[in-house]
Design a protein around this ligand. Structure first.
Ligand code: GDP
Ligand code: MG
Length: 166
């Protein structure tokens, strides 16, 4: 199995930490899916039965800045082209304006969206539940996966779950 994944989320939620942990190969490989350009590939994860190619999503990283129509279009196109979107949030924080900006874009795509609750090493289980509810009451995610990108807790399970969507 092979497929494309986009990781989106507010700054500092742990996107880079996650990629650094799971990605084994940073050089772009050639793909038979024509819409994927080389410079957008952030990394590749290869397991014995699957390959996951992480794609950058330009235009979605700076929700505080005013975006031109073109950048909004680029972000939407990318989100429509991937097989799975990983929307990463910080387990310590409930939903906020930066999240809602991104979630508005998600409403315009058919691509399945995972809610990744990162930094679970920093929160009490009761608070984790409150965080999850604050997000799931505003959007229907296909999967909800709590992880710690820093210590690797549940990241294997996340990769396993992703495979089913490739
Ligand atoms: P990005 O802006 O989304 O790419 O976030 P980074 O990957 O740069 O992470 C921002 C900060 O959060 C860094 O100091 C990371 O070490 C920290 N961080 C990321 N993931 C975790 C986690 O699972 N647990 C904890 N405690 N810290 C984390
Ligand atoms: Mg980063």
């Amino acid at each position: 199995k092979s497929g494309f994944i986009s990781i989106i989320g507010r700054p500092n939620v742990g996107k880079s930490t996650f990629l650094n942990r799971v990605v084994g190969q940073k050089i772009a490989i050639m793909s038979d899916k024509p819409q994927t350009t080389r410079n957008k590939v952030q990394g590749v994860v290869t397991t014995d039965d699957a390959q996951m190619i992480y794609i950058d999503t330009p235009g979605i990283h700076k929700p505080k800045h005013r975006l031109g129509d073109f950048m909004v279009k680029v972000a939407r196109n990318t989100l429509s082209e991937v097989d799975v979107i990983m929307f990463m949030v910080n387990a310590e924080q409930k939903i906020g304006p930066g999240d809602r900006f991104i979630m508005e874009m998600l409403k315009n795509t058919e691509t399945p969206v995972f809610l990744i609750i990162n930094k679970i090493d920093l929160v009490h289980p009761d608070d984790l539940l409150e965080t999850i509810v604050s997000y799931t009451s505003e959007y229907e995610f296909v999967e909800i996966v709590p992880i710690s990108a820093l210590n690797g807790n549940n990241t294997d399970k996340l990769l396993e779950t992703l495979k089913a969507y490739l």
